[in-house]
Every structure is written in structure tokens, then in C-alpha cells.
Design a binder for this molecule. Sequence first.
Ligand code: FPP
Length: 239
Amino acid sequence: MTTKPEDDKLPKHIAIIMDGNGRWATEKGLPRTEGHKAGAENVRVILEHAKERGIKYVTLYAFSSENWKRPKEEVKVLLDLFRKYMKEDVAELQKKKVRISFIGDRTRFPEDMQERMNEVERETADYNDFHVILALSYGARDDMIAAIKRIAMDVMDRQCMISNINEQVVNDALSTHGIPYPDLVIRTSGEQRLSNFLLWEIAYAELYFTPIYWPDFNEQDLDIAIEAFGRRNRRFGAV
Ligand code: FPP
């Protein structure tokens, strides 16, 4: 297979903070939960386009560990949306041979959802063209604490020597193990924060912020973000 010259300008892994659902709805005089529904619809559109563009990995920040503190009714609507998404949309993705993984503390979700997450991961584990990672009840600090505990246990069990702990050992202990670092992070809705998303993994990622609310972020907007990435001079560690 020949490599097109523009291929090295394409991010391999895009991580997206899908923000602005609530404001999108409020500005239209709708309940916030309508924004989440529109946001879930948009996930399908953007994943389809990312796949067409030849992106290999997309990680979506769908629910942070902090989001449990939202009003009970909003959390319930989000859980119902995730459940529906995992039943219908994820089944469609499976048919298209998309690999799907989940990162975050899945034990906080109802049993049926945990089972579905495990099942989907198992059933799609061999697909390798396009990999979608859904961050649910995810927080980077929690993930790093869990990784530190895993490594500490290995040290106690003499499976690992302290002097051998390096970047690879930490990568292997994180929930993102086996997934290349994101090279582009997109946050919609105008906020310019990382909000505890993949903090270790995005150390050298390009950051792209857009004022567009997530439900309005369309295929063309993704192309613009990808083009902006292609124009940047990636230096990987050079100051
Ligand atoms: C942020 O908007 C968005 C979320 C907390 C939830 C993200 C969820 C979706 C996009 C829908 C479901 C996703 C999947 C994968 C089915 P916000 O509520 O913080 O908006 P605001 O900042 O305007 O209040």
C-alpha cells in the first residue's frame, strides 16, 4: 500500500471532550437533557466521519467521575442514554467491525451495563481497523492512582523491581494500555481546560479548542480540526 503524502498530517488518535450539550439546549429553550440526546446523535455522525477520514483511534469523554455529582434526574437520563447507545449504536458499530473499549470505573454502573461493556469488549477485541474508546465514569487521576496501586502490588510480589519502573511500566498499568497516545485533543464549547482527561497520555498532544457546542460540531468542523493539526509543527519533546 502506498502512503499518501498527507497521511503523516493525519492524527492517528483523536481524543474528544464533548462539551456544551447543556448550553446548546438551554439556548434553544429546551431542557438540558435534550442537549445530551442531541449529543448522543452526534457521536454517531462524528465517529462515522472519523472512520472515513482514516483515523485509527477515537476516545470520547462521555462521563467523568465528577459527573456523578450532577442532579439525580440528569444522571438518570445520561445512564439511560448510555444504555440505549450500547444496545443500538454499539451493535451497529460491531457490525461494521469497529473495536470498542471502555475506560473508567465501570463498577459504578448498574450490573446490566457492566455486563454489556464486558461483552462488547470481548466481541470486538479482534477488530483492528478502527478503535473507539468510551470514557465512562473516567478520571485521569483515579486511573493513575489505580495504576500506582497495581505497580506497588507487583513490587510487593517481587514481579517488578523499583529500578525497572519506567514509562512503559506505567503505560501498561493504566486503563489505556495498548492504545497509542492521542496526538490531537479536541474540546468543544469554548472551555479551555482538560478536566482530568487522559492527563498522562496527552503529555505531547496538540490541543484544539472550538467554541462550537458538541451537538453542532459536524463533519466539516472535524475536518477543520484535522487540518489545523496537519499545519502544526510537531516536535515531540523538543522545547
Ligand atoms: C458535557 O456537556 C457533556 C456531558 C457531560 C455528557 C456527554 C454525553 C454525550 C455527548 C451524550 C452521550 C454520549 C454517548 C457516548 C452515548 P455539558 O452538560 O457539560 O454541557 P454544558 O457545559 O453546556 O452544561
